[in-house]
Design a binder for this molecule. Structure first.
Ligand SMILES: [Zn+2]
Length: 476
């Protein structure tokens, strides 16, 4: 399919989309995704589409009907070798996962507004932006003459782009990889410092997996004038929407930006490549239920902060402050007495991204982070610091992703047991599937690392250089 994107209706927040489709049948069935990877709930993107039309080669309108809430059939196409469809997409949601257009920029997450022909997800998709000459385009796919090509629909859906005349670009190299910063919107970030910090935590992450899976990695930063925090991961990029970029509490803002950036970079391995079996491949038409959110979000949340500590970007105090905030969320959500993290993961499709009914469920991020920490500490303790959760993640990447295999709960459990040298039966029964007793488990194991939880805060008993937890977490 060949897409053309136009910005004539930017003032009304509508993106004009046109696609040319080769025809070799009497009808064409088009599908728009019902959700986007990274947010495991239905998105109902089709509600943003208006003025859908299908046009024959001779200019006549072709009959079409919707067959589900987000798919269309176009009839009597056999007289044509090619037809054109066009529609307008309402883009007025400036966050890390949606679409936005105004007179300054067009920002698109293609999974929201691009369709594929059913049965032909593996064809190539060519996208051309009809934007002014001075617009720069940020995208993980190579852009030539305001055009990029995705090898299949999965790649297109996963390739957000920003086009604007005010986009700021900076890149730097580490070994074979070039990292790119793209900034849209006002900010006061010291880009040299950001480069040093990014390089430090990125190196630490690469060190776990022993390779960077892509040659170019793009951070697409949307800097907003209002307080905001949102990030979404992609195969070779991330979009991070943050505000307020000119905040007076600059240090807090900057540390938060690093935390979210480190989290999203870790997703490059954990979920974009290491994938639960039930999400390989993604089915864009319906819910992709998984109970493994404590791995794809929990382990990622744990490592996001840990990588900042281990790389020296964060001090122990900064790490502990972030940990304490997460722990506070754990103890104030009594949902963990009613619903497990695995069940809550399954239910993100129902109400995973709203507060929901009191005490019904837990956060896969917070519970998953603490569960990941407990698993890491068990492995480190039992192996005397020889192994850690790093080894489990390394194996998931090299033994599963590299062989194009999705992992199951049992695979993850077997790897925890391989390095933890004990049965994780109880861990899965209680922490993952039960009304967990995380606090007691952590309080049991932390003293081994010269740490404990006092007044709901992570506290060291010894100075950093003598502290076991500090040393084990840092010196891998
Ligand atoms: Zn995440």
């Amino acid at each position: 399919m060949k897409y053309q994107i136009s910005i004539n209706k930017a003032l009304e927040n509508f993106i004009e989309i046109e696609a040319k489709i080769n025809v070799n049948s009497t009808e064409i069935h088009l599908q728009l995704p019902a959700w986007r990877p990274g947010r495991y709930e239905l998105g109902n993107f089709a509600k943003n589409i208006r003025r859908f039309k299908a046009i024959a080669k001779n200019g006549e309108l072709l009959k079409h009907r919707k067959v589900t809430k987000d798919s269309w059939k176009i009839y009597n196409t056999s007289q044509n070798t090619e037809i054109t469809i066009c529609y307008e997409y309402y883009a007025n949601q400036l966050d890390a996962g949606a679409c936005f257009i105004n007179l300054e920029q067009i920002y698109v997450n293609p999974v929201h507004c691009f369709m594929y022909e059913v049965g032909k997800m593996d064809e190539t998709f060519k996208v051309t932006l009809n934007v002014p000459e001075n617009y720069i385009i940020a995208c993980q796919l190579p852009v030539i003459n305001k055009t990029f090509i995705a090898q299949n629909f999965d790649q297109l859906a996963d390739s957000p782009f920003i086009a604007s005349a005010t986009l700021q670009h900076k890149s730097f190299k580490f070994n074979e990889t070039t990292f790119h910063f793209w900034f849209q919107g006002k900010h006061v970030i010291d880009l040299k410092q950001l480069e040093l910090d990014t390089l430090a935590y990125a190196k630490t992450q690469i060190d776990i997996f022993k390779e960077m899976p892509c040659k170019n990695y793009h951070f697409l930063y949307q800097m907003l004038p209002n307080a905001f925090r949102h990030g979404v991961e992609h195969a070779d990029s991330t979009v991070i929407a943050m505000g307020q970029g000119t905040d007076s509490l600059y240090d807090d803002f900057y540390n938060d930006l690093l935390a979210i950036s480190s989290h999203e970079l870790f997703h490059l391995w954990n979920i974009k490549r290491i994938r639960p079996a039930e999400m390989l491949p993604y089915d864009f038409t319906k819910e992709n239920y998984s109970t493994l959110g404590y791995v794809y979000e929990g382990v990622t949340t744990y490592y996001g902060d840990l990588m900042l500590l281990r790389s020296g970007v964060w001090s122990w105090e900064q790490y502990a402050e972030s940990w304490n905030n997460d722990f506070q969320r754990h103890i104030t959500n009594l949902g963990n007495k009613n619903y497990s993290v695995a069940e809550s993961s399954f239910d993100t499709w129902l109400d995973g991204y709203v507060v929901g009914v009191p005490e019904r469920k837990v956060s896969i991020y917070i519970e998953g982070m603490l569960a990941a920490m407990l698993a890491d500490l068990i492995i480190i303790k039992n192996s005397n610091g020889v192994y850690s959760l790093d080894n489990v993640m390394f194996d998931l990447y090299h033994l599963f992703y590299k062989n194009n295999i999705g992992y199951t709960e049992n695979d993850y459990k077997m790897l925890l047991e391989k390095y933890g040298k004990e049965s994780f039966e109880h861990y899965f029964e209680d922490i993952i599937w039960g009304k967990n007793n995380l606090i007691a488990e952590l309080q049991n194991i932390l003293p081994y690392f010269d740490c404990y939880i006092r007044n709901n805060k992570l506290t060291k008993t010894l100075d950093s250089e003598n502290n076991l937890l500090f040393n084990f977490l840092l010196n891998r």
